[in-house]
Design a protein around this ligand. Structure first.
Ligand code: NAP
Length: 411
């Protein structure tokens, strides 16, 4: 009998119990040993009193560690006390499965090392892309490739909001309120809408893909809080959609890694990913581009990934995950030729357009009258790299009475 403890009995924890029950007969049919739940840790036992296994609930972590547990499933979320509980579990030779990207992005290296030192495993498939199998395929099926680039929509909340802004012409505020009403955004949505959640997930993916540690806090991260209806009006004229894209790319010894709202062709793979769905495109030198897409969150999709880790642990399929101790040197600016949509505003459109043409050899412009005195000039430009782009934006601003509004890279 394999004994499991669940730390957390919320959305994902409930899904994991559901999948354990659904698969129990099949597991027995395979002559596998049985899996039993020994304890379930929650904050408030009363909240869960009508659920299955309510007799196993505890609000005291010591009750969990008193049991003879083989596998700890951490689905409580947050950094603390999850970090302490996972560390203690691994140090006392218990395997751990977690869905916690905050924990892995912050302490993954240390925790994987503790697991190795203690001869146990730490699995975290659900921490990136929810139900989409991505970490295991990256580590195992794509092992013969040098990964060149990752492009990903890895935050369901922001993709839901942007989809409503694109498809139903909602404002950011309206789309966020709808996402909160439908349970796709939390009451405190900062981690999602400011891009931090996508940054943590991109750092986990990239750390595995490039075998160098990518610290999410050193990445260039921009959220979607400044995206307005006009951005979508202009994007649509370019047959494009706006998506929050996590992008990392190998540049020689350096890695470019950033999370930003980007213009993507409306009919492209990323352009067609709707609502809370996620998609990850990985480019390997042997395989070319492969696309992984599906539900990036939700009770059963996320539990599906946790359950698969549980099965790997249970069946002792012991492939080893380790994060390299070498920290990657990050490139913060896009370093190759690219197209950008630029927005400038001012009183004199002729002057803005002439300085745009002076600065960029390839450049289309369009004028939009915002008020009696203010016009916007929207331009699609081609430039050698982002450093050059920033220099030229500076020059256009210096030509007088011109404000730079924003820029979007076109993927
Ligand atoms: N939800 C998703 O779709 C999804 C997708 C991918 C990854 N994840 C990750 O999965 C993890 C769990 O997410 P979730 O949506 O299931 O969260 P959730 O619904 O808020 O559930 C969290 C559970 O953990 C318990 N808990 C939290 N802090 C605790 C503490 N200090 N002591 C004891 N119990 C504590 C809560 O107890 P009470 O119920 O008593 O408050 C609750 O049962 C997170 O790391 C999240 O990022 C979630």
């Amino acid at each position: 009998m394999t004994s499991v403890a669940l730390l957390g009995y919320g959305v994902v924890g409930t899904g994991v119990v559901e999948l354990l029950e659904r698969n129990r007969e099949r597991l027995r049919g395979n002559n596998s040993e049985d899996i039993s739940i020994a304890k379930i840790l929650v904050r408030d036992k009363k909240k869960h009193s009508n659920k299955r296994y309510s007799n196993l609930l505890t609000d005291n972590i010591e009750d969990v560690f008193r049991e003879n547990i083989d596998i700890v499933i951490e689905v409580m979320g947050g950094l603390y006390p999850a970090y302490e509980y996972v560390k203690r579990s691994l140090s006392s030779r218990k395997h751990v499965v977690t869905a916690n990207k905050d924990l892995i992005a912050e302490h993954g290296k240390e925790l994987l090392d503790i697991a190795k030192d203690n001869g146990v495993t730490l699995h975290f498939e659900a921490s990136v892309g929810g139900g989409i199998p991505i970490l295991k395929p990256l580590k195992e099926c794509l092992v013969g490739n040098e990964i060149k680039e990752i492009k990903a929509i890895i935050n369901g909340t922001t993709n839901f909001i942007l989809s409503k802004m694109y498809g139903e012409n909602m404002s950011y505020t309206e789309a966020l309120a709808l996402a909160q009403k439908l349970g796709f955004a939390e009451a405190k949505p900062e981690s999602d809408v400011l891009g931090y959640d996508a940054g943590r997930k991109l750092s986990i993916l990239s750390t595995i893909a490039y075998n160098k540690r990518i610290d999410w806090k050193s990445m260039n991260i921009e959220g979607i809080t400044d995206i307005d209806e006009l951005d979508f009006v202009y994007a649509k004229r370019l047959n494009s959609n706006i998506k929050l894209v996590g992008l990392s790319k190998r540049y020689g010894d350096k890695i470019y890694a950033a999370v930003k709202p980007m213009l993507v062709d409306a009919n492209s793979t990323l352009g067609r990913i709707e609502n809370e769905n996620n998609a990850i495109i990985i480019e390997g030198d042997a395989v070319g581009e492969v696309v992984f897409s599906g539900k990036g969150a939700g009770m059963l999709p996320t539990a599906s990934a946790v359950f698969s880790d549980l099965m790997d642990t249970f069946q002792q399929r012991k492939e080893e995950f380790l994060f390299n101790s070498k920290i990657a040197e990050l490139e913060s600016l896009w370093d190759t030729q690219s197209e950008w949509m630029l927005r400038f505003s001012g009183e004199n459109s002729t002057q803005i357009i002439s300085s745009l043409h002076e600065s960029f050899s390839t450049c289309t412009t369009e004028i939009n009258k915002i008020s009696k005195d203010i016009v916007e000039v929207v331009s699609l430009v081609k430039v050698e790299n982002e450093r050059e782009l920033n220099k030229r934006i500076g020059y256009i601003q210096s030509c007088g009475k011109t404000s730079f509004v924003k820029k979007f890279r076109k993927l």
